[in-house]
Design a protein around this ligand. Structure first.
Ligand code: ADE
Length: 225
């Protein structure tokens, strides 16, 4: 997978990609991430990328010219499966979307700022609009980082134990059951006997039951889907 991220804050975005799972995904050659500073594409003297809203109203709007030039240049170099715009009015990211998108090849992710982008950018270039939740951030950068994390870890080979992504919460519309590690007893709190029993079919049954109970209590909406 290749991801081209268009942002006004490339330097601030880089560090999450320089550690942990995302770094591993990049170092192992499963993904390539390229940052594009939108200001570099602005043709005006001030290198500005935003302007006042036509019709009045608070908040600046990102200009079409630098974004169009950047996306057009990228598209002239290779084909892209999706041109994504991070925005609170997009489709809310969930595990099902992440699973599907983790199989894509080349992606452009445009991070919005201020009030958002000129509508004509969306009409002209954007193929998918994604929100990371029903709240408004000051920019799409955090959303883009979250999207990349959710996708990269699903690419086969990125996680050292591939099955661990398969047993995540949400993979089967259930939250995860409780998990434990050593010691088997801590300050009088014991790990459930079943997990120490070695009876793997029974352990599996227990985990399924706990996952169901946990989901019913916290996210009954998932059971209705
Ligand atoms: N930009 C601002 N708020 C956002 C959100 N909730 N999701 C994605 N991008 C955003």
């Amino acid at each position: 997978m290749r991801v081209d991220i268009i942002t006004v804050l490339p330097e601030i975005m880089k560090s999450p990609f320089e550690g942990s799972m995302m770094k591993r995904a990049i170092d192992k050659g499963f993904v390539e991430v390229h940052f594009h500073n939108l200001r570099d594409y602005s043709t005006n003297k001030q290198k500005s990328v935003d302007d006042y809203q036509f019709g009045g109203g608070a908040g600046m709007v990102m200009n079409i010219q630098p974004i169009d030039d950047c996306i057009t240049k990228l598209k002239s170099e290779r084909d892209y499966d999706e041109v994504i715009y991070m925005t609170p009015d997009g489709e809310t990211l969930n595990q099902k979307m992440a699973n599907k998108m983790s199989m894509l090849g080349n992606l452009i992710i445009l991070c919005g700022h201020y009030k958002g982008v000129d509508q004509r950018v969306r009409d002209m270039h954007i193929t998918k609009e994604i929100s990371i939740g029903d709240y408004v951030l000051s920019g799409g950068e955090m959303g883009a980082i979250i999207l990349c994390d959710a996708l990269f870890r699903l690419i086969p080979g990125v996680l050292s134990n591939e099955t661990s992504a398969l047993t995540d919460s949400f993979q089967d519309n259930l939250l995860s059951p409780p998990i434990y590690t050593r010691p088997a007893e801590y300050k009088g709190m014991k790990v459930p006997d079943i997990l120490l029993s070695g009876n793997f079919p029974e352990i599996e049954k227990w985990r399924e039951q706990k996952a169901y109970e946990h989901t019913k209590e916290r996210r009954p909406d998932l059971l209705e889907e």
